[in-house]
Design a protein around this ligand. Structure first.
Ligand SMILES: *Cc1c(COP(=O)(O)O)cnc(C)c1O
Ligand code: SF4
Length: 438
């Protein structure tokens, strides 16, 4: 991909972003050093990166040759991801199922865990939620009825490589197949990490951008993958600049899990790049409250301080986050980081995912357990992505109990039934009455 870097077409207007690939990113600066315009006299209190972090002990033990500066360098983290049986075995005490699953694995959705995320894993307990989400198990090889490698039919709604155009006014732009960590329940398991983890070729990117240019109905482009933040600032900036130059593209969104699994990626340079392309929104993938570390808080603060509205996406996973207490802790924690819970996904029926999937009724029960008991902002929309390419279908517990004459009977969050006057006939609604023309 050197040729791509060499033919950048957009210079940053402020000249502030180094276009050459920077050597190791400087050790992350304290948040207060960011030269953001201050709109309020008192700066918003943002968490700093901790001066000593639990990652330190992990680093010294498992990466004795690495300095703290290495650890805080996202490229070092990417290069040193645990990608083999030997590498994870040095850090975790593996179960037979984990070991055998790694041995048997072929093709897409490889093993991949950043050292940072590995430092959050329980070395002994294979059933720890974070560990189950990223460590392969033999359950992945059990394919149950209704599962498919492309359950959402994305290949059928893909007019050119890298674009999924399912909704009238917005497209999904799959800009890379590379991720920081490979989630074992990934909806795009069929394509991520495939073929040696290459980014899309320059010609594919051009074709995808040309498609968006030619389709004036596309007002919203959601850049995903893979994880687009695995692209360096230069490449990402190039894609963003090309999209921003399209007059009918009103908003650009980035879907990423890196703030959760590689918070070191949210550098000052990245944020300076991103903020040039407003209105830019981000959807951050989070799975469990244990992911909300001080490093992650600092990363979210940087993004939020750059004026980027942050939403979250969470996949509902059996035994990982499928209880009210865990979800509440996650959603409350996210709101404190200025991340608005956006979607809670029913786990898609990708091949070998039955061990992660809860009944749809469970999701509704969890929403019922949260709604009204906490801030409305803490509640994401629970969605099923319809197999075959029907798009996301929101589900809600139905609060309508029935009717009693002209009254609608509604159940509130405490389970109590309330009557709301809602006449069905025009006369009773007062239509044609004296106030109708007011
Ligand atoms: C999820 C998704 C979008 C974005 O949907 P929103 O509900 O607008 O967040 C767009 N295209 C595809 C193919 C998607 O899967
Ligand atoms: S980060 Fe996203 S695309 Fe990558 S493996 Fe996880 S769910 Fe899939």
């Amino acid at each position: 991909m050197r040729e791509q870097s060499a033919s950048l077409e957009e210079e940053p207007p402020d000249g502030g972003v180094p276009l050459s690939v920077a050597p190791a990113e400087a050790a992350p600066a304290a948040i207060a050093d960011l030269s953001l315009p201050q709109t309020s006299p008192r700066p918003v209190r943002t968490p700093r990166r901790p001066s000593t972090s639990p990652g330190d002990a992990f680093r010294r033990r498992h990466f004795p040759g690495a300095s703290r500066r290495d650890w805080n360098d996202w490229r070092w983290q990417m290069r040193n991801r645990l990608r083999s049986l030997g590498a994870v075995e040095r850090v975790l005490q593996l179960t037979e199922s984990e070991r055998e699953a790694i041995r048997r694995h072929r093709g897409a959705l490889p093993l991949g865990i950043t050292p940072y995320y590995a430092s959050l894993l329980d070395p002994l307990a294979a059933d720890q939620p974070l560990r189950r989400a990223v460590m392969p198990s033999l359950c992945e090889f059990v394919v149950t009825p209704g599962e498919a490698t492309d359950p959402l039919g994305e290949e059928h709604t893909s007019p050119v490589p890298g674009i999924v155009h399912r909704y009238p006014d917005r497209v999904l732009f799959l800009a890379t197949s590379l991720c920081g960590v490979y989630c074992r329940y990934c909806t795009r398991a069929r394509m991520v990490g495939d073929g040696g983890e290459h980014a899309l070729r320059r010609s594919d990117l051009e074709a995808a951008i040309a498609y968006i240019e030619a389709h004036r109905e596309v007002r919203d482009v959601l850049i995903s993958g893979g994880d687009p933040l695995t692209l360096d600032d230069e490449r990402l900036g190039w894609i963003l600049a090309r999209l921003r130059a399209i007059p009918h593209v009103e908003i650009i969104r980035i879907g990423t899990k890196l703030p959760a699994v590689l918070p070191q990626r949210i550098t000052r340079g990245l944020v300076q790049t991103l903020r040039r392309f407003h209105p830019l929104w981000m959807s951050l993938h989070f799975t469990h409250p244990d992911e909300l570390t001080p490093e992650v808080a600092a990363a979210c603060a940087r993004l939020a301080d750059a004026g980027i509205p942050l939403g979250s996406q969470t996949v509902l996973l059996k035994g990982i986050n499928d209880d009210v207490a865990t979800l509440r802790a996650l959603f409350h924690g996210l709101l404190r980081l200025r991340v608005r819970p956006y979607y809670l996904y029913q786990c898609d029926p990708i091949a070998g995912s039955a061990h992660f999937r809860t009944p749809v009724a469970r999701g509704l029960e969890l929403i019922r357990g949260l709604r009204g008991h906490t801030s409305g902002y803490a509640l994401p929309t629970f969605v099923v992505d319809a197999p075959g390419g029907g798009g996301k279908i929101p589900l809600q517990p139905d609060p309508v109990v029935g009717r009693a004459g002209d009254e609608l009977l509604l159940r509130n969050y405490e389970g109590r039934v309330y009557r709301y006057p809602d006449p069905v006939t025009p006369e009773n609604r007062g239509e044609g009455g004296t106030c109708a023309s007011a």
